[in-house]
Every structure is written in structure tokens, then in C-alpha cells.
Design a protein around this ligand. Sequence first.
Ligand code: NAD
Ligand code: UD1
Length: 339
Amino acid sequence: MRVLLTGGAGYIGAHTAVELLEQGHEVVLADNYVNSSPKVVDRIEAITGHRVRAYRADVSDRAAMEALFTEQEIDAAIHFAGLKAVGESVAKPLAYYRNNLDSTLTLLEAMERHGVGRLIFSSSATVYGTPERLPLTEEQGTGVCTNPYGWTKVMIEQILRDYTAAHPEFSAVLLRYFNPVGAHRSGLIGEAPNGVPNNLMPYITQTALGKRDHLSIFGNDYDTPDGTGVRDYIHVVDLARGHAAALGYCAEHCGVEVFNLGTGRGYSVLEMAETFARVNGVAVPYVFAPRRPGDVAACYADASKARRILGWEAVLTLEDMCRDSWNWQRQNPDGYEGA
Ligand code: NAD
Ligand code: UD1
């Protein structure tokens, strides 16, 4: 298939591009590089030996999308493009609603004009809000989000349900990611956050590198085995394979389907820091700090639906995640900037 990856130069998009190219698909990428670099395209090509057609374009730009869909015969789209920093979304809600909703609507309109009927959307476990029960199954309702970023995911899921109800031949797959970490084993692509990282793994890798003094562990008084927060970390390469499986599914089914993409196993912040230090033979100094507002104690997936229906499951281990994150960070201490 010829697959459009909006936001395809980003962290998850780039790994998915590699996976799809290696499975024999063609990849067309559209990114405005607001949170990535055009250098990613060269890296994807270097890993796979295949060409990527890359468009520098804002997905909200109607004319740019019209040109892309006219030039390329797209079979399916994976919509990664979006702003994703939770704290920033609280400070700049309009920018988040504008970018994330507009890009989705503009993409859907272009798909409709060009008769493209398959879409995979990057949703998030954040749509569940505070979990009612663990592990989280797809049947649990979407909850109350604590930030505008999360609400954009809930709203886009609803837009896709409404659109599919009006177009029963359309196929939309909503993938709810848990916590992606890790990097391609080549160390050529990985997560490159701007400024001080908000998420745990990039904070750990930058601490190990000496860029940060120490890791602050947000809360050690949660109702979890060691008191620190528990999350379902999933290797980004497993996640990328999940997209390939979803692509096969949406080629053969109509309607909306939701899948959790997680491992089904939770690890605590302490386990993460200690495993990272042990596997890589580096120090990760940490201190305990107050809880971060908006955090839940524990969040992990019931991943059985994806296994049953997509025939996909995560196979890479926590050790793989720690080793590959470190390999990427060491080779690229300043992300793509130093390249
Ligand atoms: P990322 O920021 O690395 O990638 C997103 C890409 O989209 C970037 O390359 C950015 O430049 C691009 N982009 C943003 N707005 C755009 C626009 N209007 N037009 C064109 N390009 C645009 O993020 P990621 O971690 O790869 O996440 C991909 C998707 O998955 C996002 O929608 C994110 O919300 C979602 N998600 C991510 C996580 C996570 O932990 N990384 C978890 C759950 C869901
Ligand atoms: C966060 C977002 C979520 C988003 C996800 C992926 C919040 C409240 N939630 O999820 O909406 O989908 O990122 O981008 O921001 N931790 C520390 N010290 C740190 C960083 C994190 O102890 O310096 C802890 C957190 O308290 C948490 C765990 O590590 O227990 C994971 O944090 P993080 O990587 O930010 O992911 P989430 O909070 O699960």
C-alpha cells in the first residue's frame, strides 16, 4: 500500500515509516517539522535503503493537502501529526485545539475528496482519565481528561466515530498508545524532546548523560508496590509493528475499531531507573519529589484485544527499551541538532 504518514518525521511516525518500508509498503510523509527535523527523512532512508517521499507541509493547510493527494495515489493514512506536550497544552489551549483538530478535519476532507477510505489515528491512554479498573480494557469509557491535549484526543476520536457513522464504508482504527519508549536499534532515530524533557525515559537518558543533575521521582507514596507511579512502557518498535498490523486490519474492515497498544505489564518509576542503570552500567542519580499534579498512581493496558484481532503483541522487553534508549541518546546527545 502507499501510506501517508502525517507527522511522519516525529518519534513514533519515523519508527512506523521504517517498519512499513521494511514490510514492502510505500511511504509518503507530511510534516511541518514543528517538533522534528527534516534530517529524520535521511535517517529513515539510511536504515531501510528505500526512498521516502517527504512533503514539508502543515496538515491543516488545505492547498498543501490537495496538492499532496493529487500527486500521490494514497491508499491509507496514519495520522500522527499533532502537538503533544501536556503542560504546554494547559498554557496554550487554543494552539492545541487549533492544531490538533484542524489538521484532522483538513486531512479527512482531503481524504474524502480523493476517495481514500482508511485511517489510523494516534490516540492515547490519556483518554481513559483516571482508570476505574486495571488493566484498562477498550470497553472502559473515556474519562475526564485533566488537560487540553487529552481532550483533543477524545474529541478527535468522536469526530472519527461521527464521520464513520455517516460513511459506513470508511475504516477508522483508533490506537490508544500507552507509554512509548526506546529507539530503533541502529541508534539513528529516537525521541528528541525540545528543552527539558517532561517524560520519564528522556529524563533518565539525559541524567545518565550528565545533562541533568538527577532524576526527580514524582511521588513515592502512591498505592503501588514500591510507592512510585506505575505505567505500561512499550518499545516504540513494537508500537510501530502495531501500526503495520492495524493497516492490514483496516484494509479489510469498515467502521471504527479501538485498540490499546501496550504490553499489559506495568513498571514503576524506580524499576525503570534501576533497570536502566543496571542494563547500561551507568548511574542514574535520583531524589524523591512531590507528586506531579494530574498524575495517576497506575495505568496499564489489557492488551488482549489487539492480540486477538490484529494478531499483534509487544515482544521487546524492558531491558531492550533501556538499552535502545541509551544507544540512541549516546549517539545523539543533542538529538538531531548535533547531526
Ligand atoms: P512527535 O511530536 O515526535 O511527532 C508529531 C509530529 O507531528 C512532529 O514531527 C511534528 O513536527 C508534526 N506535526 C505537528 N503538527 C503538525 C501539523 N499541523 N502539520 C504537520 N506536521 C505536524 O510526537 P510522537 O511522540 O511521535 O507522537 C505522535 C502522535 O502520537 C501524536 O499525535 C501524539 O499525540 C500521539 N501520542 C504520543 C504518545 C507519546 O508518548 N509519544 C502517547 C500517546 C499518543
Ligand atoms: C504523560 C502525560 C500523558 C501523555 C504521556 C505521553 C501527564 C499527566 N500525562 O503520561 O497525557 O499521553 O505522557 O506523552 O503529563 N516521572 C517522574 N519524573 C520525571 C518524569 C516522570 O517521576 O521526571 C514519572 C511520572 O510521575 C509517571 C511516570 O514517570 O509516574 C511516567 O511519566 P511520563 O513519562 O510523563 O508519562 P505519563 O505521566 O504516563
